[in-house]
Design a protein around this ligand. Structure first.
Ligand SMILES: CSC[C@@H](O)[C@@H](O)C(=O)COP(=O)(O)O
Length: 367
């Protein structure tokens, strides 16, 4: 997508130094657009763990680039394969829920098997990381081309601006470009279809208020930030035509793990007959799992993300305590929406029911 008219991806090689990877520091948005340099695998791991970068596809892309950075450092090591295996292990520990992380690391370890020397490993892991970024961009573009048909159909029926609710940030900041949930929205807007997005603020880290609202604003898409608890009310009053969210891991049966609160939106959508779609590249499908509620690992993060909130004050970005300091807080970062509450999955190969049969109709090679 474009920032100030310039086509921009969320992750890139440094334009002047290909030994450095650059990512947008998402902790600073929407107040500041800052690029952070990552020059080692440890810095890549830190960026994922501390949520400089976040969103399932971008976590995978950063891990892939992290393996390339590790290869640059491993050139001098006699046991470069051992060093790279250790690098994959440490990157794999950073965040537990998004399966794209393991998908990207597996892809890099398979690429490593095809080389004989450390310098070949550098070239191969760089090429493979760049291919992962390019594939993610194209998959997200395709998700948009399939998903925009849903918006077109609603507009053809109502002739009114289409109101879409989304949760968290499944936008281009969470991917390499386009986003998953936002890609149909960007395509619709670019085709001149009138769309309006209800942006859940997404406590505790407020990825909706901070990131999705910023992204949509940059692209000129009409939107309104709402408290997380408002979605059910809006649906009851006919103010939501469609919900589209992203996912961090989707099981073979179509259960979907996404940012905490997604499940409640799906319940409200079900009760009100609002179509509830989940957009994902196939790298987000965990074909080894069936029952998402029982099997998907749910990340628990620091209590401080719940107890403190940050925002822009006249003194810069400031963090403030919003509850008694002594009260404990719980911070489950994701929840699982069972497939029965999901109207359909929007993938790069088309839209399918959220079920094993549905997924296999698009990905028969996984039977
Ligand atoms: C296309 S991104 C899909 C998901 O990763 C997104 O919806 C989400 O829940 C991100 O959570 P986060 O904790 O910000 O990484």
């Amino acid at each position: 997508m474009k920032i100030n008219g310039e086509p921009t991806r969320s992750i890139r090689l440094h334009p002047d130094n290909p030994r450095v990877v650059q990512v947008i520091d998402q902790r600073q948005l929407p107040h500041q657009l800052t690029w952070m340099d990552l020059a080692s695998v440890d810095e890549a791991a830190y960026a994922i763990k501390d949520m400089v970068v976040r969103g399932a596809p971008l976590i995978g892309a950063t891990a892939a680039m992290g393996m390339y950075l590790a290869a640059l450092d491993a050139v001098a090591e006699p046991d470069f394969r051992g060093v790279l295996t250790q690098a994959a292990h440490s990157l794999g520990q950073t965040r537990p829920t998004a399966v794209n992380l393991h998908w990207a690391l597996t892809s890099q370890m398979e690429a490593l098997e095809q080389v004989a020397t450390a310098s070949e490993a550098v070239d191969r892991l760089r090429q493979n990381a760049e291919a992962i970024l390019t594939a993610d961009e194209e998959q997200c573009r395709q998700i948009g081309l399939h998903g925009v048909q849903l918006i077109e159909d609603i507009y053809a029926r109502t002739g009114q601006p289409v109101n879409i609710l989304t949760h968290c940030n499944a936008g281009w900041l969470a991917c390499v470009d386009w986003g998953t949930a936002t890609s149909p929205i960007y395509h619709a807007h670019d085709r001149g279809l009138p769309v309006h997005v209800w942006v859940d603020e997404t406590r505790p880290r407020n990825q909706g208020a901070k990131l999705t609202a910023w992204e949509l604003g940059q692209h000129g898409v009409p939107h309104t930030v709402i408290p997380d608890n408002a979605g059910g009310h809006l649906m009851q009053h006919g103010l939501v035509d469609l919900a589209i969210v992203g996912t961090d891991r989707t099981t073979r049966q179509g259960d979907v793990a996404n940012k905490i609160g997604t499940y409640l939106k799906a319940l409200a959508a079900h009760d009100n007959g609002v179509p509830f779609y989940v957009a994902l590249p196939s790298s987000t499908i965990d074909w080894t799992l069936r029952d998402g509620v029982k099997e998907i690992p749910i990340e628990q993060r620091s209590q401080d993300e719940v107890k403190y909130i940050d925002g822009l004050s006249p003194h810069g970005v400031t963090s403030v305590l919003i509850c008694p300091e002594s009260s404990p807080a719980a911070n489950y970062a994701f929840d699982v929406t069972p497939a029965r509450l999901v109207t359909g999955l929007i993938t790069e190969r088309g839209i399918c029911p959220a079920s094993e049969a549905g997924l296999l109709s698009l990905f028969p090679e996984m039977a």
